[in-house]
Design a protein around this ligand. Structure first.
Ligand SMILES: N[C@@H](CCC(=O)N[C@@H](CS)C(=O)NCC(=O)O)C(=O)O
Length: 344
């Protein structure tokens, strides 16, 4: 028989996993968001944001955001004749919003077991808050989560260190020996050449659904001809939200923070209007825009509202956006990215 203590513990766990539904629109997802975000201390000033381990200083606000968002070194493409099952790998962290875009596209395209996924050891680069030289940043080690169906070979064999750990910066250097500076996930890596093909999440999303179409089981097109004009019209709004939360979070001066805050919420309001009478951002089909927007919007109340001080409104104040997130949350490729407690 189960002891009372065990039962109590189990009860407590199930509260975390299956929170009470809250609010009039309270679907499962709203309940989950509320249960995590209600437990957070909403401080006025928010957290001190570190840039390369140091508190942000005046003048760095725009720069830091640019640095993170534009830290793109590799912009390669995949050619049809090179497409092979088990050859390419997504290097990701499951908790990271940029990585999640590529993982959503990977899931939507049905590329599981065809394009591998290799996760970093933790949800932060281990250099966070420390000089990169001391810890060497993102790493992949033996116990790493891996898409087991992708290949039986060790994809890192030819770059493996004696310690059995591969640091992402080594893969950057193997790709371009002159490579210095920021080493970011996600990246699309070619196990045949040992080189990184691309490290920009939006471009990787495009590669996954367009260039790997012959591998994917779902044959999806997230950038269909007839919606391209509409996608381009709305892309700026999504970009402004994605970038805006970081601008708020990294702002070191009050004026910069206020300007970023207003810009971000203008974009949120615009997004809410776009979704009026619409299933998805570009219309009745899921497109790249939804893949790019979801990881930011889904953690808005839990991450950006408290930590980046994006606190004019919460997601729950936007009925269309809330309903939209609920709609996407019903789809496995999106739902499997939601680990609410790790966003806080
Ligand atoms: N432009 C890149 C940005 C990716 C990015 O900022 N990745 C972060 C995820 S936490 C990272 O790896 N940061 C490590 C660092 O800045 O040291 C993209 O959209 O793919």
């Amino acid at each position: 028989a189960e002891s009372a203590r065990r039962r109590k513990e189990r009860g407590r766990q199930s509260v975390v996993r299956r929170p009470r539904e809250v609010g009039a629109r309270g679907g499962y997802l709203s309940g989950l968001i509320d249960s995590v975000s209600n437990a957070l201390p909403f401080t006025k000033k928010g957290a001190v944001i570190l840039i390369n381990g140091k508190p942000a200083v005046e003048g760095q606000e725009g720069q830091a955001c640019q640095e993170a968002m534009l830290a793109v070194r590799f912009k390669g493409k995949i050619f049809e004749e090179d497409v092979e099952e088990g050859r390419y790998f997504l290097l990701v962290s499951y908790g990271d919003p940029w990585s999640q875009r590529t993982l959503i596209a990977h899931g939507l395209a049905g590329l599981q077991g065809r394009v591998g996924v290799i996760a970093t050891d933790g949800i932060w680069p281990i250099s966070k808050g420390l000089p990169a030289i001391a810890t060497k940043g993102w790493r992949f080690s033996k116990g790493r989560k891996q898409d087991s169906k992708s290949t039986n070979r060790d994809p890192f064999n030819h770059v493996r260190l004696k310690s059995g750990t591969v640091y992402l910066h080594e893969l950057y250097s193997a790709t371009d020996p002159r490579s210095t500076g920021r080493v970011t996930i996600p990246a699309l890596w070619d196990s045949k050449t040992g080189r990184i093909i691309n490290n920009e999440s939006g471009e990787i999303v495009r590669i996954l659904h367009q260039n790997f179409r012959s591998l994917g089981v779902n044959g999806i097109d997230l950038y269909p001809d007839d919606l391209q004009e509409e996608i381009e019209r709305i892309r700026q709004i999504v970009y402004k939200i994605n970038a805006g939360v970081y601008k708020c979070g990294y702002a070191a001066r009050e004026e910069a923070y206020r300007a970023a805050l207003i810009e971000t919420f203008r974009a949120m309001d615009a997004c809410e209007s776009v979704l009026k009478g619409r299933q998805f951002l570009a219309g009745d089909r899921i497109t790249e825009l939804d893949v790019m927007a979801f990881p930011t919007l889904i953690r808005f109340d839990v991450s950006y509202y408290p930590a980046f001080r994006c606190h004019i409104r919460r997601m729950r104040n936007y009925p269309n956006l809330t309903a939209y997130l609920e709609r996407l949350y019903k789809i496995e490729a999106f739902r499997s990215m939601v680990h609410m407690p790790t966003y806080a």
